[in-house]
Design a protein around this ligand. Structure first.
Ligand code: ATP
Ligand code: LTN
Length: 332
């Protein structure tokens, strides 16, 4: 029997954070043996915000190097740039005609951007979840490993697929989100009520995969905690400490009970240093390997060219089926 499929992606809009690693990439690594996986650098999603072209190009290549440095095998997985596979855009247009304005209006990511009054509220921001649905459905994906903030988008993708299938008959596999039990929403170190993200205005709140050991230590030492003075998992009362426990648990594999016992009566200072050290050791090989990979651009080019070719081949039968079903004249 052929393997079940996974699709996931990250947009190259900034430096990858520890949040994306724990929430998404860590699962990609764990699942790569069991599934046939497509891991994409979704550069078409990235242009919903304005980028300096040179910076976008650099970040896209860096992100590719980071995927591999994190442990994704470029032979076993299909790793590529979204813009290199035109079927994403083609299916996205079609699915847009099966997505309802009411559904898109309800997307929290879109609503947040409108509420913030962002200057560049373009149509791409609005139809962003449709392109994401196309990414997933194009490959008949079974599973979509993402952090919790993307759950609503995957649910919309399911609704679009169910609607299409109910009109035209079985066409798309209905995908499931795959969200980690621990670390689905890593919080900012300086504002533990909010998500750690690459575009945060305060870089002290986010740990980036390429941060130096020194900078990681400083960020954790300054992390916001509380006055309770006990290392206990209580996200309501102790959001900062609970966030540090989640990070420590993801980095070391220890349970919350084990962590509480380990730091019983030791004070927050000792705990913060231990969390920082675990993250420094987790990220050290990733940073070093990324730097090495970036020295050989031709190796990276071989990976993304090969990835785009394989992705395009896999996408073609779905697009052919979809265009047939909706009544376009076959190319012949
Ligand atoms: P941006 O700030 O540009 O919106 P981001 O840092 O929030 O970006 P994304 O590119 O939106 O990151 O997310 C990449 C993947 O990592 C998604 O699957 C997302 O759910 C996951 N992810 C991002 N941040 C976190 C976090 N803080 N905790 C857990 N998962 C996260
Ligand atoms: N919207 C996602 C990125 C993304 C994605 C996807 C994730 C675009 N297409 C398909 C999973 C599957 C985000 O991380 N902000």
């Amino acid at each position: 029997m052929s393997k079940k499929r996974i699709f996931s992606g990250i947009k190259p809009t900034g430096e990858l954070t520890l949040g994306s690693y724990i929430g998404a990439i860590k699962n990609w690594i764990d699942l790569q043996q069991e599934y046939q996986c497509l891991y994409c650098i979704v550069d078409m999603h990235a242009i919903t915000i304005r980028n300096d072209p040179a910076v976008l190009r650099r970040r896209s290549l860096e992100q590719l190097a980071q995927y591999i440095a994190c442990g994704l095998d470029p032979e076993q997985n299909i790793i590529y740039f979204q813009s290199h596979v035109p079927q994403h855009a083609e299916l996205s247009w079609i699915l847009g005609c099966y997505s309802m304005l009411g559904e898109l209006n309800r997307m929290t990511q879109f609503k947040d951007k409108v509420k913030k009054g962002s200057e560049n509220l373009n149509a791409g921001i609005y139809t962003y979840p449709v392109l994401m649905a196309a990414d997933i459905l194009l490959f008949q994906s079974d599973l979509v490993p993402v952090g919790e903030d993307q759950k609503q988008h995957v649910e919309l993708c399911r609704d679009i697929a169910i609607r299409f299938n109910s009109i035209y008959g079985e066409t798309f596999t209905i995908p499931e989100p795959f969200i980690p039990k621990v670390g689905a929403r890593i919080k900012s170190l300086t504002d533990p009520l909010n998500k750690m993200s690459k575009s945060d205005d305060d870089p002290q709140g986010s740990v980036f995969l390429m941060d130096s050991p020194d900078s990681i230590m400083k960020k954790f030492k300054r992390a916001v905690t509380d006055m309770e003075n006990r290392v206990a998992f209580d996200p309501e009362k102790q959001p900062g400490i609970s966030n540090l426990m989640t990070i420590y648990s993801s980095a070391t594999g220890k349970s919350f009970d084990e962590i509480s016992a380990e730091f019983d009566g030791k004070g927050y200072g000792t705990f913060k240093v231990a969390v920082a050290e675990s993250v420094i050791e987790l990220l050290r090989p990733i940073r070093e390997k990324t730097e090495k990979l970036l020295e050989d651009k031709s190796y990276l080019a071989e990976i993304y060219r090969n990835g785009a070719r394989r992705a395009s081949e896999l996408a073609e039968p779905t697009l052919k089926l979809v265009t047939e079903r909706i009544g376009f004249v076959p190319k012949g």
